[in-house]
Design a protein around this ligand. Structure first.
Ligand SMILES: *Cc1c(COP(=O)(O)O)cnc(C)c1O
Length: 440
């Protein structure tokens, strides 16, 4: 099932995470419940941080906070001395609330709002990854007003296609992100940025997709970025001192995926570092400050979701639906991408699956499923179902659809569990509703 020191099965046959029995967690906190394994999160942050420090030198790991953003995550990243990337004013605000150092934050987004740009400047964030010429103009004017000079990276599109689901590819020629190297758009934007008095272009950023296992696609992307850097040095006498290669490292969801250990991720990153060093030597470039932005791989496998099984409907000859007390409002990834997951019964975690079922949510939507053809032992109403690898892009994509409260999240470590996101109440759901006088 993808067990590890902090995700295993105890003598009662119960699934445990971070030393906590999942049946006890469900009893104490209720379901649905997001559970996050602190040791796994820290372990992944350290592996990336230390591999860059030991094998490369100057670099910075930025946790891609869109994977899971809450104050506790920024607090952990701060303690681990890594940076963060944010893609909205809301994520930035959350980081600030957690006391995160602004100079270690990079702001992304294909359409940063003027108010987000102003807020980010007020916070004093380290870098903007510029993705539009008028954004650069706006940013430059805002900095001029403030009498400051802002570090920026330019998001380029090296045209590398990562082998992954088409909806999560971002660097193909047709993308709302970045500027194409081959079309000359990236060069034109480089010139545009070099002409801005209040912007200091430090280098380039690319992000070639997500859930990538193919080391080669990263290495090719790195090589193309370095070739572009060499080209800009030659043509524009601009020598970039920073290269940000984005995130996208794959994680285990089902046994169709490779399972990397911490060492496996270190090897993955070493391959990428090797490609950067080779490229620098080939093109005669100084080694740039190397940034990476892992999101999913830091927090994805760290998280599981606990549900309670409710209605079970068997449609003879067709399929069996096992319904849970959550669904697309806490995990919309099957609806969006037909993403696959592994589920098990937390109270009988050692039992072999005996059937294939569809796990259905409770929303008024036939497509509200967590997965189809999922192998499970015969489940009964009231049992606790655990879905694994839900740490990334679940809570962060959750909604109040059907006015279901977004489930709380707990952080577990050494047998202790603490809320990092408190439960929403029904009062919370109507908190921002307003009743105009004529409706009263
Ligand atoms: C989404 C994203 C990431 C993180 O990707 P993961 O697959 O979660 O590692 C990093 N950088 C940028 C710019 C992104 O859009």
């Amino acid at each position: 099932m993808n067990s590890r020191a902090t995700l295993c099965v105890n003598e009662k046959g119960h699934l445990t995470i971070g030393g906590c029995d999942c049946i006890e967690l469900a009893r104490s906190f209720g379901t649905p419940l997001y559970v996050f394994d602190e040791d796994y999160i820290r372990g992944m942050m350290r592996i990336y941080r230390d591999t860059i420090a030991n094998e490369y030198g100057d670099g910075l790991v930025l946790y891609a906070s869109k994977a899971f953003s809450c104050e506790a995550m920024y607090a952990i990243a701060k303690q681990e001395k890594i940076g963060a990337d944010v893609v909205s004013g809301g994520e930035l605000y959350t980081a600030m609330q957690a006391g995160f150092p602004a100079e270690k934050i990079c702001m992304h987004g294909n359409n940063k709002l003027p108010r987000e740009i102003e807020y980010a400047l007020d916070c004093g964030i380290g870098y903007f990854a510029v993705d539009d010429p008028t954004e650069a103009d706006l940013l430059d004017r805002e900095c001029e007003k403030r009498g400051t000079v802002q570090n920026v990276l330019l998001r380029i599109n090296p045209g590398v296609e990562a082998h992954t689901h088409k909806f999560v590819q971002t660097a193909t020629p047709d993308s709302k992100f970045g500027f194409s190297v081959t079309s000359g758009a990236a060069e034109a934007m480089t010139k545009h940025l070099l002409g801005k008095r209040h912007l200091r272009l430090r280098g380039f950023h690319c992000h070639i997709g997500s859930q990538i296992f193919e080391k080669q696609s990263f290495c090719v992307a790195a090589e193309k970025c370095l070739a572009f850097m060499a080209d800009m040095k030659k043509k524009l006498s601009f020598e970039a001192d920073t290269l940000n290669l984005g995130g996208g490292f794959g994680i285990w969801y089902t046994d169709e995926d490779e399972k990397f250990t911490f060492d496996g991720y270190a090897a993955y990153l070493r391959a990428l570092i090797g490609a950067v060093k080779t490229g620098c030597a080939k093109y005669g470039l100084k080694a740039p400050k190397l940034m990476i932005e892992p999101g999913r791989s830091i927090v994805g496998e760290a998280g599981i979701t606990l549900y309670t099984v409710g209605a079970i409907k068997e449609i003879p000859g067709l399929r069996k639906y096992v319904a849970i007390d959550g669904g697309m409002f806490d995990n919309p990834r099957f609806c969006l991408y037909e993403s696959k997951y592994t589920a098990l019964l937390a109270g009988r975690a050692n039992e072999q699956p005996t059937e294939f079922v569809s796990i259905a949510g409770k929303c008024c939507e036939s497509g509200d499923l967590i997965g189809v053809n999922m192998a499970l032992p015969r489940a009964e109403r009231g049992e606790i179902l655990a879905v694994l690898s839900t740490g990334a892009y679940n809570y962060s994509m959750a909604s109040n659809y059907n006015r279901n409260p977004i489930p709380p999240a707990v952080l577990v470590k050494d047998g202790k569990a603490d809320y990092i996101v408190k439960p929403q109440s029904y009062e919370d759901l109507v908190r921002n509703d307003a009743l105009p006088a004529r409706l009263r």
